[in-house]
Write a protein that binds this ligand. Sequence first.
Ligand code: H53
Length: 838
Amino acid sequence: MVKQSDQVCVVKGWQEGPVIDESTLKDDLTRHFYYTLGRDKVGESQHYLYHALALTIRDRLVARCRETNQQIKQEKRRKTAYLSLEFLMGRALGNAVLNLDLDEQVSSALQEYCTTIETIEDAEHDAGLGNGGLGRLAACFLDSCASLALPVIGYGLRYEYGMFNQSIKDGNQIEQPDNWLREGHPWELSAPEHAKRVKFGGYVQSYTDKFGREHRQWMGSQDVLAVPYDVPVPGYKNNIVNTLRLWKSEATDEFNLTEFNAGSYSEAVAQKNLAEQITMVLYPNDSSENGKELRLRQQYFLSSASIQDVVDQWLSQHGESFSDFADFHAFQLNDTHPSIAVAELMRILIDDYELDWNDAWQITTKTMAYTNHTLLPEALEKWSVSLFSKLLPRILEIVYEINARFLAQVAQQWPGDVEKQRALSLIEEGDEPQIRMAYLAIVGSYSVNGVAALHTELLKAGLFKEFYALWPDKFNNKTNGVTPRRWLAHCNPVLSELIGEKIGHDWVKNFSKISDLRRFYDDKSFHEQWQNAKRENKQRLVDLVKARCDIDFDVSMMFDVQVKRIHEYKRQLLNILHVIHLYDRIRRGDTQGLVPRCVLLGGKAAPGYYMAKKIIKLINNVAEVINKDPQAAPYLRVAFLPNYNVTAMEVICPATDLSEQVSTAGKEASGTGNMKFMMNGALTIGTLDGANIEIRDAVGADNFFLFGAQAHEIDDIKSRYNPEHLISQNSDLKNVMQLLESGHFNLFEPCLFDDITNAIKSPHDPWLVAHDFESYVAAQKEVDKAYADRTYWTQMSILNTAASGLFSSDRTISQYSEDIWHLEPLNISETDLTTAKS
Ligand code: H53
């Protein structure tokens, strides 16, 4: 040890920077395996070997992470904190190996253990700290931020239980807890020295300081400790390693002590449980809220701990003046979930650092930026004032004050318009007054963005119309993207190699280069290579479907796939109606022009979502009947893949021919699965919704199968909607409904699908399933025609990949940085990492 100052001792060799000697990966692996983990045999699951390899790679990540943080600190860089209740990271190993360029070293090290990275990878649990699109987007964004060398730190919650594991029993979804930490999480490093206290409950009182100034003070709270666990986020071959800081809730020590001394041992332990409950489990609702108190606790816990963390770092570097805090920080709120951060930053600045209201508001509204991800009203959060007052009394006062000042502004803009005030108020009146959290986010932010062009336009014209009138410049669009590292380079090595041979490997870093593939549009031998790659990927999926569903898919058939959360607006129902229609045609011998298909569906339903669960049951029952019918076998096979997750998608999207993106227009904010499929050369059948519109524009209308009502037509259609009439007029739909209503798919379970058939026939069906059926079937016929011409299909497939450059999250993040965050890239050279040996 080298004594540096009175307080700080730095380990010798580290005082000038980290030492990296990568020739020792093999030795490190052995050391971790034998000594850190104390093993000498590779077990059947290869778990310990995976663990040792993860630790070996983590060593390399830690070194780079330290260097990254040092540069941010030393150069006083402006940085962004990305606040999200969800980060759906999936597995880390393969991604780290790719981004650190360790492929060869790892392969050769593993040879000594007679195994491969592919085998080892299977021992890693998915980090399923998210529900679906929103959480996975956050994960893609982190990869892009690090790969673009931008100083961005992710803040989230370290749920003990992530997204539940789904199994299927008798066609029904069964939920099992995902105890993903059971075997340890080797990637994380805890930092208890940076723990924060988060207040809940108590009351507010006034006091006057020695200068006679009035203050408000949050007293008598039951504090919970937020302990950070840092997960490294490597950039692609650039030596940058950013941090995802996940908070775990723990009981404070002294709390237990006082209770214990008072003789209330059991009460003390119960309180401890209460504190630990906060990060116990991820709420499994995607695009809908359940309004539970614990969920509000989670939201405040994340917001408070994260803002305290940023403020503490500021204080240690800049002292107690906050005058230029906003020049150095942006907070990006991932959806409405963490919008309470607006009030929390105000509270900290005013109560803890005694800024006056106006200064604090200036800082807050110059640092907060809000991303909206949905137009669905059930996903726009509201919290009752009474709950707020019980749980977060000081925050409620601040929200009231923000509202009062905001409504004064509204009154100025629209004098005498009481209705406007009522409509825009952060507090919704009624028997049980509610706080409109999205409004709090808009009022408190300098930027408000939607996630696809149509979505942003609909926000401006509908949901947030008045806010747009008030502050047009706040509103902007940032169309989503996905990382080409995980979603092409890592998950589709065969295609990636082929692409690399033709256009070089630079596309992984600079994804706009992918458009160079267009040059091979007419190249016959390239077509063959392209088809071979797809076939190889299809075989991987065939094996997965066989293993998980015991259903035989066939690589010579078209792979038609819809995987995503199960939700009525996403219309898995429409898809299964088409499957029933195909089955009906086969039974009638009407097989002219029918292209043999394997239809795959997958996704989780929120445990309390009745209709979504019914839809899963329907899919499984239909699959069972069709797969058993020898007449159908040459033409049609159907499977529902249980437990769809990030890792499953890594096998699915490279193997897909046809991507189903069939939401009711105006309901899917963006979609991101659509982009992963496109990158991997699938063609899309879809509505003009979310990013589908931009996908179609990019690849050209001829290379996209369009159907369905458009967003601007929906209201009119609804006003005169008569599905029973549509059914009577369309013999295909009539046959499908007859099969369903006759109990063909539920022979021993009478009335099982009545709720579904009734929903389709209801004139109030908001999803317009019957309306879009006809054009959907017509578009599917076009798909068959196109698929039958192998050259034509291959050309369209190549064009899809070639046109996917726009949908890289690198493009999205560059735009966030350019327009909202204003960050400068870091630069860490190889010498920065290897100097400093002393
Ligand atoms: O966010 C995705 C979008 C997708 C949208 C999804 C989403 C959630 O997964 C959860 C809550 C929410 O408000 C929105 O449904 O359309 O692609 C990422 O932006």
